[in-house]
Design a protein around this ligand. Sequence first.
Ligand SMILES: O=P(O)(O)OC[C@H]1O[C@](O)(CO)[C@@H](O)[C@@H]1O
Length: 541
Amino acid sequence: MAPLWRALEQYRDRVAARPIAALFDADPARAEAFSVSAAGLMLDYSKTGVCAQGMAHLLALADGAGVEARRDAMFRGAAINETEGRAVLHTALRDPDGPPLVVDGVDVRPGIAGTLARMEAMAADVRAGRVRGAGGAITDVVNIGIGGSDLGPAMAVQALAPYHDGPRCHFVSNVDGAHVHDVLAGLDPARTLVIVASKTFTTLETMTNAATARDWMARAVADPGAQFVALSSAGDRAAAFGIPPDRVFGFEDWVGGRYSVWGPIGLSLMLAIGPERFRDFLAGAAAMDAHFRSAPLASSMPVLLALVGVWHAQVCGHATRAVIPYDQRLARLPAYLQQLEMESNGKRVGMDGRDLDRPSGPIVWGEPGTNGQHAFMQLIHQGTRVVPVEFLLAARGHEADLAHHHRLLVANCLAQAEALMRGRTLEAARAGLSAAALGGAELERQARHRVFPGNRPSTVLLYSRLTPRMLGAVLALYEHRVFVEGVILGINPFDQWGVELGKELAVSLTPLLEGTAEGGAHDASTLRLVAMVRADGVAPG
Ligand SMILES: O=P(O)(O)OC[C@H]1O[C@](O)(CO)[C@@H](O)[C@@H]1O
């Protein structure tokens, strides 16, 4: 791989001074040539510095890293999560009727289809009022989970609000008691279903919140266990918590937490939108899977998105990537992608156990547009750092009577992408000021502040509108993009050892805060902060 990286870096140096806009002047067909369509999505990556020759280098990198072989190994159930010795088969969850898929000697398809059927029966019973609370039909569902057991369903439930026709869904993740308190405060325990979503059923936050929710329910209802459901790989622990086996929806260790919305962890979404639309959500993802499996690297949307990402993060050294959905209902998508991308590729050691010799995956952040325009876009347009932007945009909204809102939304998104690339020269800034009747020294003083350097890269992911199927395709696209980036970097995107140390230290600090232990192997700053917290925020001595 080293010679391929070197060739790419030399190429970068050769084209460093070339503005993106000049690529359009040189190639009238650039907008079409640097776009790709799949599964109802269209990705336009023409407003980036990537050109045909650069793409050839990037594709050589993907080829050299063995992306296709690794992809095929993932889909056939090989144990590509090597640090944990596991297969990676969340893709099988969205293809329940596919051909036999044997992992460790067992065909996993019947189990997937069976669990999906159980979820559908449960969702149908709750939605029809056949599964009831002590006080009547279920009006509210509370999903208690964190990380992958929260971000996926919480994001998707918000994204698909126009399709809700089931109970209201709420999400509790933070161990901060304020979260569970505020969510439960507005609910009737006798008509609430609590979903405890935890792959391991050991996660501190989830177990603490689940116990609190059970106490809350027990104060109002004779049999609180009857209004609890568990989504977990650890049926025994769910049973010990008091949730009967027929209310436990299991999944295997080949489904990673941040890839789990497609199975039982998606139950809250299924309750909100119904089993049929949940199947559409799976079908959208399956369509992207089929594209990823069959398209050549050079026309594969996940591969191209990944290569643009590699160009920005590892080749050009842009440390962050902004994801800006011009789609208010995707407000939680950046948070979802933060886990998906940063927990997957935020690693400094490669699969071979050696330190990476280039940056790991980038910092991902974002907020919906147009809100971002009145907050952080200033820095993206005129700051000293380059932040590649990924815009997401629906051609149509769901609010037919508010089409004028949507036109303004679209205009703003496209304007941002155009402004980032084109910028505004000093001459143009001067002309604008003189048209506003400014002149002389004052004009010169003001003009530089109005210059936009331009040449700032962005991509646009366009879809007709955010249906369950579209959302499925978008999420699968991002999953595969993360996978391809991981392969190219030589990272295992499917473990997350970096979350462990903090958890261990929190366990050892809790007795100090309770006053049941003193000292221990903690630094002086930490011990002083503990003492201050115990003294109610007042400095000791
Ligand atoms: O579903 P669980 O086991 O409660 O884990 C929740 C989350 O915790 C992590 O293990 C680490 O933060 C995530 O990967 C996972 O999604």
